[in-house]
Design a protein around this ligand. Structure first.
Ligand SMILES: *Cc1c(COP(=O)(O)O)cnc(C)c1O
Length: 378
């Protein structure tokens, strides 16, 4: 039996809820389930407004539009991230400025941000890797002093907190992903979180093709019209219904993932103590969400050997981002400020182990057994 890297979460209620949409013939965006999802996220995170979107990619593009990012602007972010973090700003004509990550959390090194700021810098985009919070106090302080916006890529961060505050709710905007590889899913989907009221009206308009259709539906204007440049970022209520089935039991899903994470950690800790591998670091003031469990091998070769070994035994691990600054598009649209001490080196040794809601202890133990076997560790 193969042990997959990811199996999308499934609760059993998804079809019932989708059926409600179909039978009520309410399948377009902003229906009952979208409203419920938004409300659930607002309650959970304390943001002024949550707007469900078609993806985290689109939530980030919506953020870039809202921020008024334009040609010549600069946006600071880590190079160790998914392409969407950078694309959203490149599409607005901005230059992406990467800074190095910290080797312990794989998050942007907050101490390198300030030196990368120029008069053209408009925003900082921290990425909460593996649902472990970036150093938001430092980042928010830098942003305040330099009048920059903070747009959190919290694609992996739902249910996780930094000093008691929900990831995605600390910066001006936060972006969640509900892709099938994330902790909660709607197939493809995401959300834009708006910390305070300032940008809410504009966000609603941009998300609805640049129109005031939402006000029209509420009976606040008698015609709807084109107000500003926008696009279509709202998902079908059928997708929102799928997500609602998962948010309803969010704690149950989170607890199961945390159990898997802790079981991996306990089982692999002796190998870490023996100096064979490294394990993830979670600062004590961060609560993570077990989005992923990774280990770090000594180097690229050792990791390559481990990947082959696990695959031979029907276990599918995954490596992660090839640093964006070294990719074809990255060379064109970005610069790396300062030295790449850790981004490339750490990315080449990190390996993600199978992690999903329905992972069984037997399968998890089998993964651990094979990792130990590869290292001849007993
Ligand atoms: C998954 C992910 C995204 C993209 O999310 P989509 O919903 O697939 O668009 C962006 N950033 C990070 C860090 C991610 O992990």
């Amino acid at each position: 039996m193969r042990i997959n890297f990811n199996v999308p979460p499934y609760t059993g209620k998804e079809m019932d809820y989708i059926k409600v949409c179909v039978e009520n013939q309410k399948i377009c965006g902003d229906g009952e389930f979208t409203a419920r999802d938004n409300e659930w996220i607002e309650k959970k995170t304390g943001v002024s407004k949550c707007l469900l979107t078609t993806s985290c990619t689109h939530a980030t593009e919506l953020s870039a539009l809202l921020a008024g990012i334009k040609e010549g602007d600069e946006v600071i972010m880590p190079s160790y991230t998914f392409v969407s973090t950078a694309n959203a700003f490149v599409l607005r004509g901005a230059k992406v400025v990467f800074v190095d990550i910290r080797p312990d959390t794989m998050n942007i090194d907050e101490n390198l941000i300030e030196a990368a700021i120029t008069p053209r810098t408009r925003a900082i985009v921290p990425v909460h890797y593996a649902g472990v919070g970036c150093e938001m106090d430092t980042i928010m302080d830098i942003a305040r002093r330099h009048h920059l916006l903070v747009i959190e890529d919290a694609a992996q961060g739902i249910m996780a907190t930094y000093k008691g505050r929900a990831l995605g709710s600390i910066g001006d905007f936060g972006n969640y992903s509900f892709h099938e590889t994330k902790n909660y899913s709607m197939g493809e989907g995401g959300a834009l979180l708006l910390r305070d009221q300032t940008y809410v009206d504009d966000a609603i308009i941009i998300r609805e093709k640049g129109t005031n259709r939402t006000l029209y539906k509420l009976g606040k204007v008698d015609k709807y019209s084109w107000i500003m440049a926008g696009s279509s970022f709202l998902p079908s209520d059928m997708n929102a219904a799928y997500l609602y089935a998962q948010l309803e039991i969010a704690d149950q899903i989170n607890d199961a993932r945390m159990d898997h994470w802790n079981r991996y950690y306990r089982a692999l800790e002796p190998m870490k103590e023996a100096g064979l591998i490294e394990l993830p670091t979670v600062p004590e003031y961060c609560v993570h969400n077990a989005h992923m469990f990774y280990i770090k091998a000594k180097d690229f070769e050792e990791r390559a050997g481990l990947i082959s070994y696990l695959r031979e035994h029907d276990i599918l691990p995954a490596s992660h981002y090839i640093p964006l600054h070294s990719s074809a598009a990255g060379l064109k649209y970005s610069t790396f400020h300062g030295e790449d001490r850790y981004t490339t080196k750490e990315s080449e040794r990190l390996l993600r182990l199978p992690m999903y809601y329905s992972l069984t202890n037997d399968d998890l133990d089998e993964v651990v057994r094979r990792v130990k076997e590869y290292y001849h560790f007993s």
